[in-house]
Design a protein around this ligand. Structure first.
Ligand code: NI
Length: 384
């Protein structure tokens, strides 16, 4: 399979990318985005599966009967960020921006779908093309999984735009390339009193301060210093006056890890520290834990395939850049082996920043790469 986009098709793809960039919609609100994708796929003659999804969609190219099934996935949602670039196609939706490159991901996948459709007769199985809703406000991947559309899938691939890689570079590594992202809310309960008479109360601010320090000992005392983990307290609130000891102090924060075992241990230690600190200083604590996506987990054999395929397409393969951002692609990998690759879109400010941008010249490279991954994976699945 050639998997090469003509000049005209590249121009069309870039126009689509610019349209998606200019019309960002945040998680669970991707109505116009989904409509545009449907319109394009329908024009290309690609079948869209009938699924109970309000936004996002799954399309299918290739055989339907007991053939191998591979999945290509892109996310489609934007962020509540006000764009501050000078791009001619900057966001027209106030306070919303494609600041994480999902406009790039979906345009690239659209290009890949077009290429694969053109070569449909030669495909050795079925490709499910996932345009996933709501990655940023996680849960979108689970919504797609819940439809059952991927129950027969044998391998899955996804890419993410990388602002630390040049166009033509791709970051591919086995194992975890993004972190688990959990949230915690801890309330320390004390007894309020006049600040002039602390002996008559129990101070929850003091407990919160002890906790913030103690929580950092998890990384230094309980976990290998070679393992990347974050225990971050990012918010403390007492809703109180300056001269009163409050009734309670509420902390919020995040735990990020590339290791399933470390993630579990950190949670246990945080719960234990909060409970013991509350009790030790005459108060109490309550912990609400919010499990986010697990770390991604790139399959070793398929990672080798993804790297080989990238080289075949003339891309420069480098190790995935280190990061502890999260990515709900990891939910698919709990069920389906696969690879999440970082794709160079040119040096830019950080993902999620108001000046983040993607170089459109990376688009045909990504589209052709995704098409090659899909077609190549089906060939391998047929041989095994
Ligand atoms: Ni993203």
């Amino acid at each position: 399979m050639e998997n090469k986009l003509s000049k005209e098709k590249i121009a069309w793809l870039v126009e689509e990318f610019k349209w998606f960039h200019a019309h960002p919609e945040i998680s669970y609100e991707e109505v116009n985005t989904t409509a545009r994708l449907r319109e394009n796929l329908t024009k290309l003659g690609i079948k869209i599966l009938d699924l109970p999804l309000k936004t996002g969609l799954v399309a299918q190219i290739g055989a339907e009967d007991n053939a191998p099934v591979a999945v290509l996935r892109a996310d489609i949602d934007a962020l509540p960020v006000t764009e501050q670039t000078d791009l001619s196609y900057k966001s027209v939706n106030k306070g919303k921006m494609h600041a994480c490159g999902h406009d790039f991901h979906m345009s690239a996948l659209l290009g890949a779908a077009m290429l694969l459709k053109e070569d449909e007769e030669r495909l050795k199985g079925a490709l499910k093309i996932v345009f996933q809703l709501s990655e940023e406000n996680p849960g979108g991947a689970l919504k797609i999984i819940d439809t059952g559309a991927l129950d027969d899938a044998q391998v899955i691939f996804g890419i993410h735009s990388s602002p630390v890689l040049d166009v033509g570079e791709t970051g591919i590594s086995a194992g975890a390339v993004t972190a688990s992202v959990d949230k915690f809310v801890i309330t320390f309960f004390g007894r309020g009193t006049h600040a002039a008479h602390p002996e008559e109360g129990v101070d929850p601010v003091f407990m919160a301060a002890q906790f913030v320090n103690a929580a950092q000992t998890i990384r230094t005392q309980n976990i290998s210093p070679f393992a990347p983990n974050i225990v971050g307290v990012t918010k403390i609130n007492t809703d109180n006056l300056w001269n009163v000891v409050p009734e309670k102090a509420v902390l919020e924060g995040t735990v990020r890890s590339l290791s399933v075992a470390d993630r579990k241990l950190i949670k246990e230690r945080i719960v234990s520290l909060a409970q013991n600190i509350g009790a030790a200083f005459g108060g109490a604590s309550e912990i609400v834990w919010g499990d986010g996506a697990p770390p991604t987990d790139n399959d070793v054999t398929w990672t080798e395939f993804a790297a080989r395929t990238a080289q075949k397409k003339g891309l420069c393969v480098v190790p995935a850049p280190h990061t502890l951002i999260g990515e709900d692609f990891a939910y698919y990998q709990e069920k389906i082996p696969g690879v999440f690759a970082l794709f160079g879109t040119g040096k830019s400010s950080a993902l999620h920043s108001s000046t983040f941008c993607v170089k459109p010249e990376a688009l045909p490279l990504a589209a052709e790469y995704l098409a090659e991954l899909g077609a190549g994976a089906l060939k391998i699945l047929n041989q095994s």
